[in-house]
Design a protein around this ligand. Sequence first.
Ligand SMILES: [Cu+2]
Length: 161
Amino acid sequence: MIKTIIIVILGTLLTEIPSAFAEKNTFKTLVIQNVWIKDNPFNHPITAGYLTIHNTSNSDTKLIAVGSSIAKKIEIHKMSIDNDIMKMRPLKDGLIIPANSTTYLKPGDFHLMFFGLKKQMTPMETYVINLTFKNLGTIAVRALVKPSENDEKLNHEKHNH
Ligand SMILES: [Cu+2]
């Protein structure tokens, strides 16, 4: 029974033509959306990436590894404020995605950290990122490069109201 369901889901994925971005990636019990990468200053080898993971199952899962041909290494980080200082640390054991809930990797919070970028990240380009989840396997998703400056400006404008 379960096998049949999985085959049906896979079939759906294969027939769907990946459209732009708001692209919804359904992978077993997970729905992954809004995957994006911050553009990087010219020749800067590091940037950050973000995404939303919805876990529809009754059990927790864990994002344990992230890879892409565009970077030498991708780590999962947590940003926190410690004595008014923004700090980030790698989550060596991975990021728990709790059951029946949505986990947001977003600026100022959990994020992906790309090291040793092999390309200049230019807004509107898209790149494939492989996400590996404990007990579920690996899914390839498309990430859109977005300009970081615009985001900051937007936030500023909001705060000034
Ligand atoms: Cu980081």
